[in-house]
Write a protein that binds this ligand. Structure first.
Ligand code: EPZ
Length: 416
């Protein structure tokens, strides 16, 4: 396994270009099961999860190629089983349920199981498909779904689930009749999936709001599409600049989609300026602690919680973070404490008291965004930080150490 070494305390300077959004590319790739004819995707990030998804697409009967951040996919004879040994490595594989039920009337997908940050159930997905006419049984760890022909329905989500909204969008695109999703997820990545499906001939409206209407069509056709840039990767670089008291230019930065994050950074005293498609960020002296509660979009994103916590560790004063989306998303706290942070946990709320500085030490990555928080901590910590198990990081950040060393960070990868 690889580890990352960081010699901290070096100010950064220059430009970083944001890659395509992992959480848009994953559902868009699985939606490639639906259309007849070739699909050409651009700005697909080279990530572990993307390779896993392409493997799943191949198992399900799609021919794919992937080079220079471009994916070409053509659906062949579609199979209906997603195997456990693949699904257990990436729970987003459950997003193949919708396309398979809609196209083939059957899907056998391994129950994804939990992950470090929580149980991650899919009950809301299954309830929605039952309303559309599917029936499910759970047989030796597999969800086995069947339906004659999925029918449009009125779906109301108890919680604006991102994956649930995406699964239903893909299924409803070619279901019989119209579907309305109420309390739909409003995340930009959901919108990107809907825009991709419309480019393939679907009839979806309202994406980005909490009520999405889908008029079922008989079939979809191939198209060319460019995946949106990754707002969480971009937000991570904004925090890296603030941590190291640097000035960075972030290119292809989805600024609008980072509203809640930019608002909190400015509240802490970080200077963020948008100039066309580039965002300039720099820190102005002391930072101050703030209070954050993670919410569904457009609220503060849970995927930026660990990174903002790291920044609050070196702010002047105290702040709190309440994690309301996942039940166990504080795995980075004890690792940050190893670097000298002062953080106390009470249930799903963290109280962070700023310290003078962090000091480098060996730490362990536990999940994707926790790993990112340890990287930005290491950039600011005095001395050497070693981050083990960085396969978590490779799931969601394309060439992170290359992009950071290109702006002056002393960061490199070593075999563990
Ligand atoms: C997506 O996960 C993202 N993953 C997550 O990003 C992100 O943190 C999350 O949305 C919230 O924004 C991808 O897009 C691949 P949810 P997803 O369904 O779809 C509960 C990252 O770091 N829930 O909105 O799983 C669930 O347990 C990853 O890039 C149910 O109870 O998120 C959780 O507490 C981490 N039943 C909450 O809702 C369900 O049927 C949010 O889940 C579905 C969800």
């Amino acid at each position: 396994m690889d580890k990352l070494i960081i010699e901290g305390g070096v100010p950064l300077h220059g430009e970083i270009r944001v890659s395509g959004a992992k959480n848009a590319a994953l559902p868009i790739l699985l939606a490639c099961i639906l259309p007849e004819g070739p699909i050409n995707l651009s700005r697909v990030p080279r990530l572990r999860d993307i390779h896993t998804t392409l493997k799943l697409l191949n198992i399900l009967g799609c021919e794919t190629t992937f080079e220079d951040n471009k994916v070409k996919s053509v659906a062949g004879d579609i199979q209906t089983e997603a195997p456990y040994d693949l699904v257990k490595t990436m729970r987003a594989s459950v997003l193949c349920l919708g396309p398979l039920l809609a196209l083939k009337g059957e899907a056998k997908v391994a129950l994804p199981g939990g992950c470090a940050i929580g149980a991650r159930p899919v009950d809301l997905h299954l309830r929605a498909f039952e309303k559309m006419g599917a029936t499910f049984d759970l047989d030796s760890g597999y969800i086995h779904g069947k339906c004659k022909k999925l029918k449009g329905a009125e779906i109301h989500f108890d919680f604006p689930t991102v994956g649930g909204t995406e699964n239903v969008l893909m299924a409803a695109a070619i279901a019989d009749g119209d579907t309305v999703i109420e309390n739909a997820a409003r995340e930009p990545e959901v919108e990107d999936l809907a825009n991709f499906l419309n480019a393939c001939g679907a009839k979806i409206s309202g994406q980005g709001t909490s009520i999405i209407k889908i008029e079922g069509v008989t079939s979809l056709k191939g198209c060319n599409y460019t995946v949106m840039p990754d707002r969480i990767e971009a937000g991570t670089y904004l925090v890296a600049a603030a941590m190291t008291d640097s000035e960075l230019e972030i290119l292809d930065c989805p600024f609008q989609e980072l509203d809640a994050v930019v608002y909190k950074l400015r509240e802490m005293g970080v200077w963020v300026h948008e100039d066309n498609d580039r965002v300039i960020v720099r820190r102005h002296g002391q930072l101050k602690g703030v209070d954050i509660t993670t919410q569904p979009f457009p609220g503060f994103p849970t995927d930026m919680q660990a990174q903002l916590m790291t920044l609050m560790c070196i702010a002047n004063g105290a702040g709190t973070i309440e994690e309301k989306i996942f039940e166990n998303r504080f795995m980075h706290v004890q690792e940050l404490v190893r670097l000298g942070a002062n953080i106390k946990l009470k249930g799903r709320t963290a109280m962070i008291r700023g310290v003078e500085k962090l000091t480098g030490a060996p730490v362990m990555a536990s999940d994707l965004r926790a790993s990112a928080s340890l990287v930005v901590a290491g950039l600011a910590a005095e001395g050497r930080t070693e981050i083990q198990r960085i396969y978590h990081l490779d799931r969601g950040y394309e060439q992170l150490e290359k992009k950071l060393s290109a702006v002056g960070a002393r960061i490199w990868r070593e075999k563990e």
